[in-house]
Design a binder for this molecule. Structure first.
Ligand code: SF4
Ligand code: SF4
Length: 96
């Protein structure tokens, strides 16, 4: 199955998920063709221990922490940085 694999440049962590149908191809600022998928982060509440690592990672301030983390969908860009950093694997990306 075709899949999208994401890896942070400063971390060995990677994750892979099946490629959904609505992949869009865009041209980035260096004129490269890039495949993108509209995504939002989502918290698996049973796994979240409220450590706050994801809040420090998120560049848009889209994560709110009470007892567990939750996502402000209006701010999440689907960048995946929180998913890569969560020590409990409590964050996933879902189609927006
Ligand atoms: S990093 Fe993971 S376990 Fe920690 S608060 Fe965020 S979602 Fe929960
Ligand atoms: S996917 Fe990116 S923008 Fe969305 S909550 Fe995670 S770190 Fe923040």
């Amino acid at each position: 199955m075709d899949a999208v694999r994401i890896q942070r440049v400063d971390s060995p962590k990677t994750y892979t998920f099946p490629m959904p149908s609505q992949v869009q191809t865009i041209t980035d600022s260096q004129d490269r063709q890039v495949r993108v998928i509209p995504l939002l982060a989502s918290v698996i509440f049973d796994k979240c221990v409220g450590c706050g690592v994801c809040i420090k990672t998120c560049p848009t301030g889209a994560i709110i922490l009470n007892r567990v983390a939750s996502i402000d969908a209006s701010r999440c860009t689907g960048c995946g940085q929180c998913v890569a950093e969560c020590p409990q694997e409590a964050l996933v990306l879902k189609r927006a």
